[in-house]
Design a protein around this ligand. Sequence first.
Ligand code: HEM
Length: 260
Amino acid sequence: MASLICFVFPINTTLPFHLFPSPTQTTNGISSHLLFLCSNLDHFPLPLSSKERMLGKQAIFFNRGRYHAKLRKLVLRAFTPDAIKSFVPNIESVAEHSLRSLEGRLVTTFHEMKTYTFDVALLSIFGKDRVLYREDLKRWYYVLEKGYNSMPVNLVGTLFNKSMNARKEIARILAKIISSRRQTKADCHDLLESFMSDEQGLTDEQITDNIIGVIFAARDTTASVLTWIIKYLGENPSVLEAVTVRVLLFLIRISREIIR
Ligand code: HEM
């Protein structure tokens, strides 16, 4: 679709219609991409309302002011070194499990890293509750993600429509998790607890939008960084050796401190 539009309309023109619910400009080449990325974003009608609908209007990215500041505080306090300390052994076992599952298989690193980061995201958001809902959340989240960059045409069978339905399914699963948390009042130290224990209280809808948002923010970004790290370490054995030595020395120091 995009290439058809670029074929019909000259590059660097504003389209006479709204392709997404906002004015649309065709661009091509490094200079126009630089113009877009380096300009004052106030000139650009971001975010797209279709993205808002998919991730949720009340997600942190689409808000400013006091509500944004409050969410920022709630997210940050769930990811301080102290808060994630108790998750480290679980993150390690997720990593070990991922590495074992790679043995003897030809894999696409980025794809595997996305699976790994998804599991770690669920761990930091839901703690031990993730085990019960992991497969369902994974199934629906992957459908949602597939339609993220699709044309926002909400007709049955389109990627966008499937994505919006997946969002509803995810919201249903999250509602179940939130409700069971309310009943058990468990002490979980995860992101969901941070959202739920806010004094002024977030609504279930706000919690849902922000959980979907954080999975989205954390997953591809971290998976890309891990993929580049693996690539460069694989291509530079001397650096890999230096990093390995550094990590081993660190582990020895830590275990000595624990024994003392
Ligand atoms: C290497 C990995 C990551 C990269 C490169 C990255 C990059 C970014 C960038 C460029 C922004 C936009 C900042 C802005 O608009 O000022 C952002 C925002 C955000 N990221 Fe990440 N991110 C990464 C990992 C994560 C992780 C693991 C989380 C999980 C908690 C996360 C959560 C967020 C949130 C909640 C925001 C919105 C912040 C706000 O609006 O105040 N990110 N990230």
